[in-house]
Ligand binder design. Structure first.
Ligand code: SAH
Length: 209
């Protein structure tokens, strides 16, 4: 179902500058329409964010592609996601062959996505807690992706990133953020890149809003 729509979406992502073939093929394979609400299904392959309930959204496909590309992960890498939401971003990473750990703070969303992963054999470890603290038990991570907007970069996440890895996080005010890409050069030393003009729901927690 929706094969043509997915192919069209991939073409659009290429036009917008996405080059990583592993990202593009994962996005061609993962059926986004299964992660959106029934009423939104006809818009599943529009390049827009869509509501998933509880005031939250599934990110725009272009945003998912940019963030995933920025992680620069090799197959088999360990990655931590903050903000599981619909599970789409986690499913893309899983499809790419990553070991995925994901944290969701909203209990209703957590229960729903856990069930969805179980039913669809998407083997992602999910936990319900404040992701700004990270998930120390399985650290360090080769990549960390935060899919909600934060006032700053949580210190715990910086600590839990492996040397050589990237931490991708939207940082700004509640209305607008820049995508900040931190590359961990060595302990306590990061090289930073910023891509402006993104809009995420707020990261709520100890080191968030
Ligand atoms: N990656 C998701 C995007 C979901 S929107 C997807 O692909 O659909 C962001 C999610 O982050 C929401 O579900 C919200 O409840 C969650 N969130 C906000 N603050 C959080 C925090 N501190 N820890 C974990 N999850 C958080």
């Amino acid at each position: 179902m929706f094969e043509t729509e997915r192919e069209e979406l991939i073409k659009k992502l290429r036009k917008k500058g996405i080059r990583d073939e592993n990202v593009l093929s994962a996005m061609l394979n993962v059926e986004r329409h299964r992660f959106v609400q029934q009423a939104m299904i006809s818009h599943a392959y529009d390049d827009v964010a869509l509501p998933i309930g509880y005031g939250q959204t599934i990110s725009q496909p272009y945003t998912v592609a940019v963030m995933t590309e920025a992680l620069q992960l090799q197959k088999g890498s360990k990655v931590l996601e903050i903000g599981t939401g619909s599970g789409y971003q986690a499913a893309i990473l899983y499809e790419m062959g990553m070991k995925v750990f994901s944290i969701e703070r909203n209990e209703n969303i957590y229960k729903k996505v856990q069930k969805f992963f179980d039913e669809n054999e998407i083997r992602v470890a999910v936990r319900c807690s404040d992701g700004t603290i990270g998930w120390n038990e399985f650290a360090p991570y080769d990549g960390i992706i935060v899919t909600a907007g934060s006032p700053s970069v949580p210190e715990n996440l910086k600590k839990q990133l492996a040397i050589g890895g990237q931490l991708v996080i939207p940082v700004g005010d509640r209305k607008q953020q820049s995508l900040v890409i931190l590359h961990k050069v060595e302990d306590n030393r990061f090289a930073t890149k910023e891509v402006p003009n993104f809009k995420f729901v707020p990261l709520i927690g100890k080191e968030g809003w």
